[in-house]
Each structure stands twice: as structure tokens, then as C-alpha cells.
Write a protein that binds this ligand. Sequence first.
Ligand SMILES: *[C@@H]1O[C@H](CO)[C@@H](O)[C@H](O)[C@H]1NC(C)=O
Ligand SMILES: *[C@@H]1O[C@H](CO)[C@@H](O)[C@H](O)[C@H]1NC(C)=O
Ligand SMILES: *[C@@H]1O[C@H](CO)[C@@H](O)[C@H](O)[C@H]1NC(C)=O
Ligand SMILES: *[C@@H]1O[C@H](CO)[C@@H](O)[C@H](O)[C@H]1NC(C)=O
Ligand SMILES: *[C@@H]1O[C@H](CO)[C@@H](O)[C@H](O)[C@H]1NC(C)=O
Length: 521
Amino acid sequence: MASYLFLGVAVSFTFIVTDVFANDTLLIPEDLLLGAATASYQIEGAWNEDGKGENIWDRWTHSNPNLINNGSNGDVACDSYHKYKEDVQLLNELGVNFYRFSISWSRIIPSGYTNVINEKGLNYYKNLINELLAKGIEPFVTLYHWSHPQFLEEMGGWTNEMMVEWISDYARIIFKELGPKVKYFATINEPHVFCGEGYGMGLKAPGKKLGSPGIFECMHNVLKAHATIYHIYNEEFREHQKGKIGIIIPCTGALPKNPNETEAVDMHFQFNCAWIAHPIFSKTGDYPTIMKIHVAENSKLDGFPRSLLPEFTPEWVQYIKGTSDFFGLNHYSSKLVEIVPRAEGQKWYAYSGVKESVDPSWPKSASPWLRVVPSGFREIIKKIAREYNNPPIYVTENGFSDKCCTSDYSRISYLHSYIKAMLLAIYEDGCNVKAYTVWSLLDNFEWESGYSVRFGLVYVNFTDSNRTRTPKWSMNWYKNIIATRILNSTLDSPTGMLEAPKKRGTSERRRERRIRTTTST
Ligand SMILES: *[C@@H]1O[C@H](CO)[C@@H](O)[C@H](O)[C@H]1NC(C)=O
Ligand SMILES: *[C@@H]1O[C@H](CO)[C@@H](O)[C@H](O)[C@H]1NC(C)=O
Ligand SMILES: *[C@@H]1O[C@H](CO)[C@@H](O)[C@H](O)[C@H]1NC(C)=O
Ligand SMILES: *[C@@H]1O[C@H](CO)[C@@H](O)[C@H](O)[C@H]1NC(C)=O
Ligand SMILES: *[C@@H]1O[C@H](CO)[C@@H](O)[C@H](O)[C@H]1NC(C)=O
């Protein structure tokens, strides 16, 4: 770990040179991979083409346009099903090491049962992977990013334990057909979000309002499904394919509302991140003890005959433990947390006894849940490292939403401050971060927010039938970071307002190259 002196000046920070901090710049470690991400339903379109089956998002958006901003859906989205070569070209210009995308399950297994496999769907992903590899970009494949065949939902979806078998059959086909060319797999993306909002609160597909029982059941089946897929890869494919496979967990940061609330910070972590992380990454496995105790006590107080938190048999505890080659971390924002009486708890954390709030001074994005809190990013990385013996962390999503244009100053500012927080977690706290991914390559269908908020490095014109793509300033900024692997400690501007990357002077670029040359040895 590097030691250095830190001089806070009114508007800028100065790092005294050591091996990792060259003057006012931070080096991005050579073994940290940089990428960008998307998900199938949010970008592909072609919802009923070439034999694709209906999935839960098709059904949900078509049946409930009133619940989606502007009545939008993903029928066309960015039309990436037809325009994937253009997308890969953008990735190539960006210079990313990898591209994280997801497979549409019902494009390959239309009904959910593997007696019928849709070759045309498989070919789409084979072509995409070949296109990426031809440009030297590693495909990072997510098996499940929230869209399963509608037929399986009719059978109960994630509340039916049979889902473990159904998704395993699908995963085996993906490993067999696509695995030979894929080195990075994610099993399941953000269980908390689709279990919470899809099965608990009815805000996302499949739109079920099953409350806490539905959420707990969904999370329980997700853990079994993830572990089963991992073992299939391990036992049947790893030897030949030599890839890595892991789960992706959405971990919200937590900062104490009052300086004395350290217990609240830990409790928030145990009920949020650790719900999925503890069974997989801890030494003992199973749900966090504090969670088992709290949910049992509160279930009793609410008159349930047993805890709403399902129990794993000792066999399942062992089977789930250790089933991830990396910690896939999706992180966007943080909350202030405090311990409150039972009745004041919020949503599915109700049983945690922790209340979330925000500091009104935190800068806003276009999404109500996303405030800019880079210090929370560093804290959550440290917490994961401490709790689980410093696992390799892949940041699989991080990004900022706006309603704007291609001159996206606030996105650059967000990415700059978050990447800096991550680098400090690496250099100062010794955390083992090995990949970083911007969400998202493209503006896309943002679930119930429709097309009203934009997360892309690339602007997509959704009123143009051609879905024209235009790089934003953030794309040029990120491209420069990837090319130089240097982050300036501050964004260069006396007013705090950024200059457009395009307008940057050549002398400045020469200076950056010089710094790189002098520090890369
Ligand atoms: C840092 O800046 C000083 C003064 O400008 C310069 O002499 C030195 O070479 C720089 N160090 C690196 C590693 O760029
Ligand atoms: C922390 O301090 C605040 C304000 O002083 C107080 O209201 C709260 O009860 C304290 N919380 C804990 C967990 O001690
Ligand atoms: C909302 O829908 C209307 C009509 O289809 C369209 O003109 C408009 O661009 C849409 N707005 C957004 C934000 O998607
Ligand atoms: C989007 O495309 C429409 C139709 O081609 C065009 O009229 C409009 O100016 C475009 N919007 C932007 C921001 O480029
Ligand atoms: C649609 O986009 C493609 C790729 O950017 C471009 O080559 C083509 O000219 C566009 N067509 C129209 C009608 O704008």
C-alpha cells in the first residue's frame, strides 16, 4: 500500500508523488479491466422476431402501459438486435477491454422448456460475440438480467423452486453453445431489485405484489439457482472453457446519519448486500446471523407461525458457499442510515430496524434513487473487502442518469468522482478491484421509467426510426481514461465546470502523455 501526503487546497487536491500518485494524477492499475454494460431487454428490441418467445417484460409492458413512463416498452428499444455491429464499432472506438451484455432467455428457449431451442436466437449472440472478439473486446455474458420466458412465470416464476431446474437447463445450453468463446459469465443480476420490485412491490415485471413473503422466497430460490449454475459450470465446462463465473449484487452505500450510528451502517449492509453475499462469500455461509434473528423476531411479532426468512438445509448452505469467482458489484448511490423503532422501518428492510434518508446537499441525477455520493462507493468497497476476506471485486455497473443531451458534464463529473473513490479504495485501503464497468454504453429502456432518463455514454434518438447513435462528451472522456489509464485528481476547471473533452488543448494532451511515459516504468 502506498503512503503519501495529502494537501487539501481550496479548490484542488495535490498528491505528493509516490509510486502510484504521479503529481495530480492517479494511475489506473494495469490489471484493472475497463468496460461498459447493457442488458438485452433494455436495448435489443425485435421482441417477436426470428422465433423469440414472449418474456415477462414483454407481457408486463404490453399489459400495463399505464405503469410505465409514457407507456413505453422495449419492442424496438435501441434496435440493437439489428444494429449490433454499430454498437460493437462504438465499443471499439471507446477502447474497452470488455463488453457486458445479457442474453434474452426467451430468444433462445422460447417457452422456457429446452425441448425447443431457437437457433436464430443463438446465432444472434454468436455473431455478436464473434464481432466483439474480432475487435479484441472480451464478451462478459450475463445469463439472467430480469427477463425469463412468460410461460415459466405462469408456472410461478421465481416463487417456484422449479425455477432452479429451468434456469440450469438454460444455462447449460448457453455454456455449451457460447461458452467456448466467453471468459466471463455472470449468473444472475441484482436479485434484490427484481425480487423486491418484481415480486414484492409490483413495480417491475412480473408485477406481483406479494410483499415480504414473495421477496424472501424469490431471494431464496435465486441463491439455489445461482449455486446450481455455478456447479454446472465448475463440473462440466470450466476445465475446457477456463472462464470465470460469479453473481452480481447491488450494494447501496451507507453513511451514518449521526457519527454514532456505526451499528446502523453494519445493519444496513447485512440486510442489503449481505442477504445474497453472506451465503456465498462468508466463511460460514447461510444468511447473516443478525438477519435470521431480526426476521424471526419480527415475523413472530407480526403473528406469522414461523420466520418469513426460509431456512437452508446444511447441505444447501455448503452447496451455496464459495460459488463465485468474483464479487460482482453494482453500485450507484448511498443513503444516510440510522437505527429506528420497528414501525418506522422502510420497505423490505422493515425488519432491519434501519431507516434510510438522503443528505439534501448530495447532487441529484434524473433518477430519484440516485444521488452523487462518491465517498459511499469507497466505503462499500472497503466493507466488502473486510467482510469477505478481500475477494476480487468486479464493479459490473456504475453510472449516472440525466434527461439531457450529448454535452453531459454531470455524467463526466460523476464518473470522475466515483472512479477516483474506487482508486483510493485500491491504493489506500488495499481493496482488490479488478474490473470497472460503466452503465451504460447506450441510452436505453430504463424499466418503468421508460425512455425518460438516460444513462448512456452514447445518445440514442428514440424518435428516429433509425435509432441514431451519437457519442456524448462522457464517451470521449471515458475513452481518454481508457487510452491513457490516468485519472486527473481534479477535473480541470477553475469554476468547477468542465471543459468539453473535444476542446482540450493539445499541450494538455502532450503533458498527459509525458506523465504516462514518465510513470509507466
Ligand atoms: C511532478 O512534477 C514535478 C514538477 O512539476 C516534476 O519535476 C516531476 O518530474 C513530476 N513527476 C512525475 C512523476 O511526473
Ligand atoms: C446518536 O446520536 C443521536 C443524536 O445525538 C441520538 O438521537 C441517537 O439516539 C444516537 N444513536 C445511537 C445509536 O446511539
Ligand atoms: C412519449 O411518447 C410520445 C408519443 O409516442 C413521443 O412523441 C415522445 O417522444 C415520448 N417521450 C419520451 C420521453 O419517450
Ligand atoms: C431525432 O430524430 C428526429 C427524427 O429523425 C429528428 O427530427 C430530431 O431532430 C432528432 N433529435 C436529435 C436530438 O437529434
Ligand atoms: C441509419 O443509420 C445508419 C448507421 O448510422 C446510417 O448509415 C443510415 O444512413 C441511417 N439512415 C437514415 C435514413 O438516417
